[in-house]
Design a binder for this molecule. Structure first.
Ligand code: PEP
Ligand code: MG
Length: 890
């Protein structure tokens, strides 16, 4: 019989050292904590395998599961000495979901399960506290109704508010045992009204309801969205954890808290967390009561009054600190912990690797390597490459003027400006239209994930540093200010008010997630400094990396940024991007509009000095490094006028009549310019264009060699080739021009001529193309477009659905379609090398900055990847991780 239930606690740990795939993250860690002797309330985990089987078999529980769960319950009963459903000394359990990775989109927790009209009396007697028992029962009904029965929790909250109002109370703590008991009656009535059936009284029925709800939540809409954003396969399933309840709300010697073994914001080696006396877990995260600081130092630094745990429960705190150290040594990583103190006894409810900001991830990785806890290579693999984005992005310029209107908690670092929106759907819609938005919410919930993802920043009025908004924003790398209590949000009116000011939807604000400040308008930012831990980790990454990392850049600024970020050359200089400037576009338009070679040459004559100047600057900035310059590859429509007013302007500048211009534009009209007269097709029909560009390159290279004494390393790249003959023709133009320039300048230079491989035919014929090409650069943007037959310009309209429906695991324009496009790349690389063993191979499509695609490039043995400047460090780290993985025999 397959084992689906794994017991833990009371000296038992069926799950041993925790297989996350089988037990889920939470279950694996509970088993593991139990196995190293930490105080874990007894319980059991139903495996993820069961979840998969449950779905395979049409959402029914097999008999063998029922038997195994009965054994699991017996285990808890035996350890606790209580009985499930027993009226005099009832066992109460919590039921929690737990997938392989933590998923805020899923059902979280049901607490106090097992309470009913009888057991509540037993609990009251045993605990000698009727108020506690009835409060627990009403909490249970409320949670169960919400997450298991799917009823509107607002109705229950309203009933509580009315009950308090009737009594003239302000706080929940003013409610007496009788008040709670009356409210339980009310809650049961509501449940009956809402679902047409009474609240389930049988403890076993309650349990199976909750288990079903956990499995059901795996396929809830918000869980699916979360999986899509985070690339989590739908087939993984979730585990269910059933565990004996321990109570943090049994009076003043009880407490509950969440903690990190190091500061998850800064990475500092200091215990960090929040706790509440006489409370249950959800009170800390829900922001209902303001949590207290864990340590004395943190309390003092914040200037807060309520005692820290270190002060109020010093002995238990010392025990907790010992547990922290045991956990860090055991897991060799920063841990995120939930604990409860029941009448002076400490219980560990959860541990997992803590989510952290990129800054903290770096610091923790580098510190732990220095402490000898992990190796340098492990440190390199600990930092998520994409998370570096957070560090590479601008922070507020300290000199800039700020009109600070509010202050909240610095929940997730980084500065962001954007227009205010009040709901997730609007955030998504506006950002799809290219607007930067700041999502402003009272607090966030899993339903807001898509809006948080679309937003540049998040501002909430409620919630602490461990609130949903803070945790999720940190994980996503979005700047976030949480708990800005003075901000009064009126989501219906689409306005928030603070300090006598009114901010409407559409108004621009800036938030600083590092200080918690909220400012009116857009505030200037400055570039980040890349030193310290970042530099150290990058150095370690560079030691293990095999792939070279170049950049896609054409402006001097971008080239400089990329070089600072560690680019080892230019992999793609898109020369058509150099012509967008107002003072150049006229000459380009003249070139395009010319009806004969003489006209084109006249226009090119004007462009030559400009191009030469550009290339000189790039060669200077990239001194000592290879520079791949791609000859013109313009989708022509990008350079032609479209609107009436524009026609007149362009006609005047180009010295032709509006009618002539219109006729020429209509002659040049293409149905799909992405597959039209672009790339080398332009060079084949108008060789003088490539001749001018080659001349500009070689003249610039000679001049820089002359002036600096260091010869640049130009690599001239021909785009959109599909046949050997095209490259042959273009190579002849380039070589002849080189020869002419070298004669004029009285010197020669080494240079390479190569091609992009961005059409399937080029990949197929790579063997013979390599007879002409000294390098291949895979243009995976066009190669994806042409392999899939999906136009780059139109893909956005339907590709997300393709990802949702599992047709592609990820957007193939973001992450290489390894099975299709990848196979063409592998084949072309092999055929190219077959002809020319030393052929240089790189990739310069957008995929060059995507970690998964970089791992593919490592496996395929390419020589380099080329990424946009800000993604260069990401590529360096991803390349290092890919190298470590490929050398790891596991
Ligand atoms: C490509 O097609 O991958 C490429 C890098 O060229 P572009 O994006 O300029 O077409
Ligand atoms: Mg291309």
């Amino acid at each position: 019989m397959t084992q689906y239930v794994y017991r833990f606690g009371g000296g038992v740990a069926d799950g041993g050292t925790g297989d996350k795939n089988l037990l889920g993250g939470k279950g694996a860690n509970l088993a593991e904590m139990a196995s190293i002797g930490l105080p874990v309330p007894p319980g059991f985990t139903i495996s993820t395998e069961m979840c998969t089987r449950y779905y395979d078999e049409g959402e029914v529980f097999p008999d063998e599961l029922r038997e195994q769960v009965a054994d699991g319950i017996a285990h808890i009963e035996q350890v606790t000495g209580k009985t499930f459903g027993d009226a005099s000394d009832p066992l109460l359990v919590s039921v929690r979901s737990g997938a392989r990775v933590s998923m805020p989109g899923m059902m979280d927790t049901v607490l106090n399960l097992g309470l009913n009209d009888e057991t509540v009396e037993g609990l009251a007697k045993k605990a000698d506290d009727a108020r506690f028992a009835w409060d627990s029962y009403r909490r249970f009904i409320q949670m169960y109704a919400d997450v298991v029965l799917g009823l509107d929790h607002g109705v229950y909250e309203e009933a509580l508010e009315i009950a308090k109002e009737d009594k003239g109370y302000h706080l929940d703590t003013e409610m007496t045992a009788e008040d709670w008991q009356a409210l339980v009656g009310e809650y049961k009535k509501i449940t009956l009204d809402e679902q047409g059936e009474p609240f389930p009284q049988d403890a076993h029925d309650q349990l199976w309801g909750a288990v079903g709800a956990v499995f059901g939540s795996w396929n809830a809409e918000r869980a699916k969205i979360y999986r899509r954003i985070n690339d989590i396969p739908g087939g993984w399933g979730t585990a269910v954890n059933v565990q004996a309840m321990v109570f943090g709300n049994m009076g003043e010697t009880s407490a509950t808290g969440v903690a990190f073994t190091r500061d998850p914001s800064t990475g500092d080696k200091a215990y960090y967390g929040e706790w509440l006396i006489n409370a249950q877990g959800e009170d800390v995260v829900a922001g209902i009561r303001t949590p207290q600081y864990l340590t004395k130092a943190a309390r003092e630094e914040a200037g807060a009054k309520p005692a820290s745990m270190e002060e109020a429960m010093s002995e238990t705190f010392r025990e907790l600190a010992r547990v922290f150290d045991t956990l860090e040594t055991h897991y060799r990583d920063m841990q995120d912990i939930e604990f409860t103190v029941e009448r002076g006894t400490l219980w560990m409810l959860q541990t997992r690797s803590g989510k952290r900001t990129a800054k903290a991830a770096l610091k923790i990785a580098v510190d732990m390597a220095a402490e000898g806890l992990i190796t340098e290579e492990e440190a390199v693999s600990r930092v998520e490459p994409a998370a570096l984005d957070q560090l590479l992005h601008p922070t507020l310029d300290p000199e800039a003027e700020r009109d600070v209107i509010a202050k909240g908690l610095p929940a997730s670092p980084g500065a962001a400006s954007g227009i205010v929106v009040f709901d997730a759907d609007t955030a998504e819609a506006k950002s799809e239209h290219g607007r930067d938005v700041i999502l402003v919410r009272v607090e966030t919930s899993p339903e807001d994930i898509h809006g948080m993802h679309a937003a540049k920043g998040i501002l909430t009025a409620r919630g602490g540093m461990t609130s949903h908004a803070a945790v999720v924003a940190r994980g996503m790398g979005r700047p976030c200010v949480s708990g800005a209590g003075n901000v009064a949000i009126d989501a219906k009116e689409k306005v928030f008010r603070v300090a006598g000011r009114e901010v409407k939807e559409g108004d621009t604000i800036t938030i600083d997630g590092a200080t918690g400040e909220v400012m009116m308008g857009k505030v200037a930012t400055i570039q980040p400094e890349l030193a310290g831990d970042f530099g150290t980790l990058m150095e370690w990454a560079d030691k293990v990396r095999r792939l070279r990392v170049r950049t896609n850049a054409e402006t001097p600024d971008d080239c400089r940024t990329a070089r600072e970020f560690g680019a080892e050359g230019i992999g793609l200089c898109r020369t058509e991007h150099m012509f967008f400037d107002a003072d150049r576009i006229t000459a380009v338009r003249q070139m395009i509009l010319a009806s004969n070679e003489a006209g084109r040459r006249a226009a090119l004559e004007k462009l030559l000095p400009e191009q030469r100047g550009d290339f000189k600057q790039i060669f200077e900035i990239m001194a000592g490094l290879p520079v791949t310059i791609r000859l013109l590859d313009p989708p022509l429509h990008e350079f032609l006028p479209h609107e009436d007013g524009e026609f007149e302007e362009v006609a005047e500048a180009a010295d032709v009549s509006v009618d002539t211009l219109k006729r020429r534009v209509s002659e040049l009209h293409e149905f799909n310019p992405m597959l039209g007269h672009r790339g080398c097709r332009l060079g084949v029909t108008y060789p003088e264009i490539y001749e001018m560009q080659a001349r500009a390159i070689f003249e610039a290279a000679c001049e820089v060699a002359e002036e600096s004494g260091e010869a640049p390393i130009p690599e001239v790249m021909v785009p959109l080739v599909s046949t050997k003959r095209e490259l042959e023709l273009m190579k002849a133009v380039i070589d002849e021009t080189a020869k002419a320039v070298f004669e004029e300048k009285g010197r020669t230079l080494d240079y390479l001529v190569g091609t992009m491989i961005e059409l399937p035919r080029a990949a197929l014929r790579a063997g013979e193309i390599a007879e002409e090409a000294e390098f291949f650069s895979f243009g995976t943007n066009d190669l994806t477009q042409t392999t899939l037959g999906v136009s780059r310009d139109d893909a956005g309209r339907f590709l997300t659905q393709y990802v949702d429906k599992g047709i592609f695991p990820r957007d193939p324009f973001v992450s290489i379609d390894i099975e299709g496009v990848g196979e063409l790349i592998e084949m072309a690389a092999e055929r190219g090398r077959g002809t020319r063993a030393a052929i240089k191979l790189g990739i310069c499509g957008e995929h060059g900055g995507d970690p998964a695609s970089i791992a593919f490039c490592e496996k395929t043995g390419l020589d380099y990847v080329s990424a946009s400047p800000y993604r260069v460090p990401i590529a360096r780290l991803a390349a290092a991780q890919a190298a470590l993985k490929s050398s790891d025999p596991r």
